[in-house]
Structures are given as structure tokens and as C-alpha cells.
Design a protein around this ligand. Structure first.
Ligand code: GUN
Length: 292
């Protein structure tokens, strides 16, 4: 029997509707409107697209959004001064520094300047450190990993005790999703492009999260029958039959994996929409931290 398709668009729609309702109730109760500030440095087209989508989503749920753009040659001090200014701005509840930053900027230092209570992306070293430690609670967790967990909680009958394999070890997805799975009591293996015998490791996975950015690398016969597969990859591949000249595929060869897995996310329409939905939820939470 083919896998259930995990509909990220629909799940994200529900989360956005919940955020919109709560924002509206808070406004009626006289609370200030939540606000998200984005910091976009340079002219990477994909980053511009992502940030534009984040602003559009904010506006749709009643969250104010403040765009801040700096040129690719902005100095470390200019970016730091901007973050400090946003920390001090009471209308800004969440600060999102779009990554990657242009080469030459010290990303760790910039992220560590964000006020902890405004760190809606969860990339401040203290939030990351708390995520990695037993008995500590981060104020925020990174949005894409949080979205993966919402999907797993819905489609995996139980996470505790399962073998979870995370393919990829990035700061943005692989590492934090692995930490969230550990916190959910899964037995977690992190593997990556240099791991020996990737198919053998992945065949052990009851839960598989892929975030390596390699188009259709994971084949159907690498998947354990019945596994829940969360494909975070969004890869462009040339396709002359499409008007725009390319199509989007994940890290998993979907047509093969769908015949073996128990549940699987499509690309597009899987994890992608969840990232922004979780950002909206975190921004609402930041506003609650600030205003009760
Ligand atoms: N770049 C790719 N994904 C993300 C994300 O979730 N947050 C930020 N700030 N940058 C990103």
C-alpha cells in the first residue's frame, strides 16, 4: 500500500489560522500587535524570496513585519548596530536574521547579539545550547526542525523508542532536528555525505529526516517499510518541460519511496510551508513574552 502523504500545506494552513485567531483575540483584548523584524544582508535571490514570503505570511495573520535590508558589503558593525536597534525597539517582538550571511560577516557574533526573548529563529547560542542540554528549555527552537516535529507527532504513532536517522548536520536543520528527536526520546543517528554505508544506516530508520540538499539521493530501497519520511530538501533540477525551466525535488526519490514508506512528505508542499507557519507561531509567542 502506498504511503500516506503528509500534507504540509494543509497543516501549515491550520497553524496559520490558529495564529491569526489568537492575534485577533489579543488585539480585541487591547494587547499590542505582534511584530517581526527581518534582517536581509546582500542580494541572494533565494533569500529575498524567502524573506518576501515571510512578510506576506505575517501580514495575512495580522502580525506587523519590518523589513531591514543591508548591502552585501555591509560591515560587521552596521549589521550589529541594526540588531541592537531592533533589540531596543518595543514594536519588534521577533528578530530574524536571514541566513546565510555574506562571507566576511561573523554570523555567530551577530546571532549572539539578538535579545534572547526576540530570538524567534532559535539560533542564539544560548537557545541552541539549552536545546542540546538535558533539563534545560530553549525559549525558541529553529522553525524548520519545529515544523518537522509537528509532522512527526501527527504521523508517527509514537516517537519514543524509535530509530530516527537524520541525514545532514547543518546548524539550521540537521543538528537541531536531531536534538529535538533526542528530547522526544527517539534513538538518533546523524549521518552525512561522508558517512560510510548511508543506505545501510538509513534502512534502520523508523523515522527518516533528510536535509542534505542532494536531489533524489535517497532511493526507495534505502527506506525501511513503513518508515515515516520527512524530506526537508528543496532542490532545483533542470526540466525543459516546465515553463520556468526547472522543477523542485527533495533529497528522497519520491516515486520510489512512496511505495515503501508508511508516510512521506512531498516536495513541494511538505516541510516548506511549515517553516513559515512555525515562525508565525514563534513571533506570537515572543509577543506574549513581551506583553503577557
Ligand atoms: N535560511 C534558510 N532557512 C532559514 C531559517 O529558517 N531561518 C533563517 N534565519 N535563515 C534561513
Amino acid at each position: 500500500m502506498p504511503a500516506s502523504i503528509i500534507d504540509g500545506t494543509e497543516l501549515a494552513r491550520q497553524i496559520r489560522a490558529d495564529v491569526a485567531r489568537e492575534v485577533s483575540e489579543r488585539l480585541q483584548a487591547g494587547k499590542p500587535q505582534p511584530g517581526l523584524a527581518t534582517v536581509l544582508v546582500g542580494d541572494d535571490p533565494a533569500s529575498h524570496d524567502y524573506v518576501r514570503s515571510k512578510h506576506k505570511a505575517c501580514n495575512e495573520v495580522g502580525i506587523r513585519s519590518f523589513g531591514n535590508e543591508l548591502p552585501a558589503n555591509a560591515s560587521q558593525k552596521e549589521v550589529e548596530d541594526l540588531v541592537r536597534k531592533l533589540n531596543d525597539d518595543p514594536e519588534v517582538n521577533g528578530i530574524l536574521v536571514q541566513l546565510p550571511l555574506p562571507k566576511g560577516l561573523d554570523e555567530e557574533r551577530i546571532l549572539s547579539l539578538i535579545d534572547l526573548s526576540k530570538d524567534v529563529d532559535g539560533f542564539h547560542p544560548i537557545n541552541v545550547g539549552r536545546l542540546a542540554q538535558k533539563g534545560r528549555e530553549p525559549l525558541f527552537v529553529p522553525c524548520t526542525p519545529a515544523g518537522c516535529m509537528v509532522m512527526l507527532e501527527k504521523y508517527c504513532d509514537r516517537i519514543e523508542g524509535k530509530n530516527a536517522v537524520v541525514l545532514g548536520r547543518s546548524n539550521i536543520v540537521g543538528m537541531p532536528v536531531a536534538l529535538l528527536l533526542v528530547r522526544a526520546n527517539a534513538t538518533v543517528t546523524i549521518c552525512h555525505s561522508r558517512s560510510a554505508d548511508l543506505p545501510g544506516i538509513i534502512r534502520q530508520a523508523d523515522i527518516l529526516v533528510t536535509a542534505v540538499g542532494r536531489p533524489e539521493m535517497v532511493r526507495g530501497d534505502w527506506i525501511k517499510p513503513g518508515a515515516v519520511v520527512i524530506d526537508v530538501g528543496i532542490n532545483h533540477v533542470d526540466d525543459a518541460t516546465k515553463k520556468r525551466g526547472y522543477r523542485l525535488v527533495g533529497d528522497v526519490k519520491f516515486d520510489e519511496a512512496v511505495e515503501v514508506a508508511g508516510a512521506i512528505t512531498p516536495v513541494p508542499g511538505g516541510v516548506g510551508p511549515m517553516t513559515i507557519a512555525m515562525l508565525l507561531k514563534s513571533t506570537l509567542y515572543a509577543s506574549k513574552l513581551a506583553h503577557g
